[in-house]
Design a protein around this ligand. Structure first.
Ligand SMILES: Cc1ncc(COP(=O)(O)O)c(C=O)c1O
Length: 441
């Protein structure tokens, strides 16, 4: 068995041609584009996705880390069906948002209160706006290459490259989207991941203008490096010293354990951005934090809130119900199994790279992993940044894996769900062996 992707006469190719006339690029998410055309899904179950041409793939992406139990989870399905029959969106509140907020406040230690929104992008943007309102300061510090969604300030220096990234201890602030406001370069200061000295200097330098440091504890585009405890300790102590906040972006890292990465690394952020798994497969975002800071979202004595927030579909009962049905099924043993799946995946890859004398390596934790087609140790974005040959190699790897029924990102990031069985892991390693052998011969 194998997939016939890409086939010029396939239904996916036909849909892409049709889509292109009404949607730029044919799809609304540039992240689903693969060459020569995206794969259009028919259905998915557990760890596997079936496309409109009947090809099956072991899902090693899981909608960019948002599916955790497995596709079409029966308990989420039945909870959502029940809510569907009672209506999907109202201009009034529902108990479902309280239920999910209670669960998250109970598990994520630094979150005393939660406000929901519709995506991780919105959650990060809302957290930045909250930090600005709370401190009455404009600037943020973020890590070079770190992805936090598509808000202009949060995506600064996401795509830096050797031609523009500047000195290691003073990285340049490079707007990501063309036409982003020039003021952004004054308001966003860039530091390299795990550069404790550079971070301390930046916090001191920006101090009186600094609203917050925005940090993802295991940023995927930075290569999933291991967080240096001294780096995060410096951020926490020095933000407090200058009266700035720490925003932890746990949009992905909440997958690592019941209390997220903050429980694992003993981090006490002021605000936490969440999304992905907390929606149980539906569009979601949430900002959580200390009540004192979260107060900026509250309208006190009838006055407008410091940071007004609404959103037509915010906290809609379908998402809230699905999120609760998902999160309430996850206990410590679920996270232990996810970690075991990840360990097997990473261990098998390490063995394979050695057997094939490739000089590649893998980073990651829990159910997450990132493959590096080189020997550079990963401490920051500059180590993980792929040159054009390496980029081409990873795209080739993705193509060969598709032929062997594995769906995997083109930049080396992988994520497994809880429905992944030991035989699925074996399938992954066999496919990887064939794909790597093909591209290295
Ligand atoms: C760390 C991180 N933050 C924020 C986001 C943005 O989330 P969303 O795609 O829901 O807007 C992502 C998305 O991949 C992410 O990985």
């Amino acid at each position: 068995m194998g997939s016939n992707y890409p086939a010029a006469t396939s239904r996916s190719a036909e849909l892409h041609d049709r889509g292109k006339s009404v949607i730029p690029d044919g799809v609304s998410r540039s992240t689903v584009i693969i060459r020569p055309h995206p794969i259009y899904v028919d259905h998915a179950q557990g760890a596997w996705v079936t496309d409109v041409d009947g090809n099956r793939y072991l899902d090693c992406n899981n909608n960019f880390t948002s599916i955790i139990l497995g596709h079409a989870d029966p308990k989420i399905e039945s909870a959502v069906r029940k809510q569907l029959a009672s209506g999907t969106a109202f201009s009034m509140a529902t108990e479902s948002e309280i239920q999910l907020a209670e669960l998250l406040c109970d598990r994520v230690a630094s979150c005393e209160q939660i406000r929901f929104c519709n995506s991780g992008t919105e959650a990060v943007m809302g957290a930045i706006k909250a930090a600005r309102a709370f401190t009455e300061r404009p600037a943020i510090i973020k890590v070079e290459g770190s992805y936090h969604g598509t808000y202009d300030h949060a995506e600064a220096s996401l795509g830096s490259d050797p031609s523009n990234w500047g000195l290691p201890n003073r990285p340049m602030t490079i707007p990501y989207a063309s036409g982003a406001p020039g003021s952004l370069t004054d308001e966003v200061v860039i530091v390299q991941f795990n550069d404790t000295k550079g971070m301390s200097e930046a916090i001191q330098r920006v101090g009186p203008r600094l609203a917050a440091v925005l940090l993802d504890p295991m940023p995927s585009r930075v290569g999933m490096p291991t967080l240096d405890p001294l780096f995060v300790e410096a951020i926490r102590n020095e933000t407090r010293a200058v009266g700035a906040l720490l925003i932890l972006d746990e949009v992905i890292s909440l997958r690592l354990g019941p209390g997220g990465a903050q429980a694992i690394h003993n981090i006490d952020p002021d605000l936490t951005a969440m999304a992905k798994i907390i929606g149980g497969g539906f569009p979601v975002g949430a900002i959580g934090g200390k009540s004192q800071v979260m107060d900026v979202f509250a309208a006190v004595h009838g006055n407008r809130a410091a940071v007004p927030s609404g959103g037509t579909y915010t906290a809609n009962p379908i998402t809230m119900t699905a999120g609760f049905a998902c999160m309430s099924q996850l206990d410590q043993s679920s996270f232990d199994r996810l970690a075991d799946i990840g360990m097997q995946i990473r261990g098998g890859l390490t063995d394979l790279f050695a057997t094939l004398s490739l000089g590649w390596h893998v980073t990651g934790a829990g159910s997450l992993f990132r493959i590096h087609p080189h020997q550079r140790l990963i401490n920051s974005y500059r180590d993980a940044h792929l040159d054009s040959d390496e980029t081409a190699l990873m795209e080739l790897l993705q193509r060969r894996l598709l032929e062997h029924e594995v769906y995997f990102s083109s930049y080396g990031m992988g994520c497994m769900n809880l429905a992944t069985s030991d035989s699925d892991i074996e399938h992954f390693h066999k496919a990887m062996n064939k794909a790597l052998t093909a591209i290295s011969s």
